[in-house]
Design a binder for this molecule. Structure first.
Ligand SMILES: [Zn+2]
Length: 217
């Protein structure tokens, strides 16, 4: 992985400067993927698309924020950056509760943005199940009422004619314990590259297993 220079953005609401990393290059060596579709790649960290301002708590999409400049990785220019950039907070991933808060505050202006936020909430809610120190059974995971509600709303937004969205929906149904709905959704002409994931999710649904599972290729 090769890091690029940090970018400095400003909160559109209160103009506080915030910092986000950039990547010059990366790869998926040692990446882990799970049945909910999340991939964690140590050498290819995912940039968030939305964040919460640390000063005024406003949610904003990073693509809509004004870029103030860049912090060079090294060199004499590094000493010349503004004081407020030096103590600026880093953009971080939202928590499950924050993703849902962003929706309730109207951050999703269209279907794609709502899907992004509900998917983010689902993944963040599932993160305790990704802890490699526990088996999924031993993690003692229970989904919150907000998490269950989110997963139902998320499923309702998905297009069953789109293979990727249909597979997300099948997995959401399985994780909700709605196994026959999950199995029905898996009866579909999925493209070849989906075969491994479809078979795994079908096996789990047949065993009435609702826990998140890592996909071992
Ligand atoms: Zn702000």
């Amino acid at each position: 992985m090769k890091q690029g220079p940090d970018k400095v953005l400003e909160c559109p609401n209160c103009k506080t400067a915030m910092i986000i990393f950039t990547l010059a290059s990366g790869n998926t060596v040692d990446a882990q993927t799970w049945t909910d579709g999340k991939m964690i790649a140590p050498m290819l960290p995912q940039l968030p698309a939305i964040t919460k301002c640390s000063t005024c708590t406003h949610f904003f999409w990073l693509c809509e924020a004004t870029v103030l400049g860049e912090i060079p990785l090294w060199g004499p220019e590094l000493d010349k950056i503004p004081e407020n950039w030096k103590k600026a907070e880093r953009v971080r991933d939202l928590t499950e509760i924050e993703y849902l808060e962003a929706i309730s505050k109207g951050a999703a202006l269209n279907r794609d943005q709502e899907i992004y936020l509900r998917l983010g909430a689902w993944w963040a809610g599932n993160d305790p199940q990704r802890d490699m120190n526990h088996t999924p059974e031993a993690s003692g995971f229970t989904r919150t009422q907000e998490g269950i509600h989110n997963l139902k709303r998320f499923s309702g937004l998905l297009d069953e004619n789109n293979p990727r969205e249909r597979l997300f929906k099948a997995e959401a149904m399985r994780e909700l314990g709605l196994f026959s709905e999950a199995l029905n959704l898996l009866v579909f002409n999925f493209p070849k590259e989906y075969e491994n994931n479809v078979n795994l999710i079908r096996d789990l649904a047949e065993k009435k297993d609702f826990l998140l599972r890592e996909i071992i290729e």
